[in-house]
Design a protein around this ligand. Structure first.
Ligand SMILES: [Zn+2]
Length: 248
């Protein structure tokens, strides 16, 4: 499989810890290759605890710290928190505008988001609505948002956020992956980064269980890739450079 040509990556995820599950191994690999990676977390993570008496401000701040710690393990440069309320995300113009602003600010070659068409996986998981809504807004931000001057012009173009042409886009949490990253050497980093989200781990057993589950998933994806990988992460790929070549 031919490797993609990019130097900078911007990852958009709804909740603290999604980025690690989605592409933790890939991020660790890309960072080891000297690529610049930044992560945008859309919500505040305030629904990430079922204790009715939990201090929400403590929870939000704790989850930010955990996200920063996880990102550091993987070699991510910066984390941006958009602060939307966890569990209530809509594909709004406000969210699209905020995502476009981050794309135009960071000017990534590659963007990573979630597949909004995923309602469920097999018989075991119904997708979180925030994942679908953030995925929907993400696609709108990638196209036409990133390159179209009139969209949200007063808040973006007129404020110095000019159009940016993205080269590549990957969608994770997808049921139809067509691009695979060999993360065999980076599985330990992925699990360590997931485990940094301490507030989401009930105890040490949970850490071990999640580690095993993440390995299982990595193996399943590796098998789906038909490559000789032990562990992989799978995505749906869009390569806009092909269009550019064809246009000329
Ligand atoms: Zn999530």
């Amino acid at each position: 499989m031919s490797d993609l040509d990019f130097q900078s990556v911007l990852v958009f995820c709804p909740h603290p810890d999604d980025a690690e599950f989605l592409c933790g191994g890939s991020m660790a690999k890309w960072a080891s290759e000297g690529k610049e990676i930044n992560v945008v977390i859309v919500t505040d993570g305030s629904a990430g605890h079922n204790d009715p008496d939990v201090d929400i401000r403590w929870l939000v701040e704790t989850r930010r710290e955990e996200q920063r710690a996880a990102s550091e393990i993987l070699g991510v440069k910066d984390v941006i928190f958009l602060g939307y309320r966890d569990g209530y995300v809509e594909d709004s113009h406000e969210l699209r505008r905020d995502m476009i602003r981050e794309i135009r600010r960071h000017k990534p070659d590659l963007v990573v988001g979630l597949d909004p068409t995923t309602y469920y996986f097999a018989q075991r998981y119904i997708n979180h609505p925030d994942h679908r809504k953030v995925g929907e807004a993400f696609l709108a931000a990638v196209n036409p948002g990133a390159t179209t001057v009139p969209l949200y012009r007063e808040e973006l173009f007129d404020q110095g956020f000019g159009p940016h042409r993205i080269k590549l886009c990957l969608l994770g949490f997808t049921t139809s992956p067509d691009y695979f990253v060999d993360i065999t050497e980076f599985m330990d980093a992925k699990i360590a980064a997931i485990s940094a989200h301490d507030s989401q781990m009930k105890n040490m057993d949970a850490v071990a269980t999640i580690g095993n589950r993440v390995k299982e998933m990595g193996q399943m994806v590796a098998q789906a890739s038909s490559q000789n990988y032990q562990y992989a992460e799978g995505f749906k790929l869009f390569n806009f450079q092909r269009d550019e070549d064809a246009e000329t």
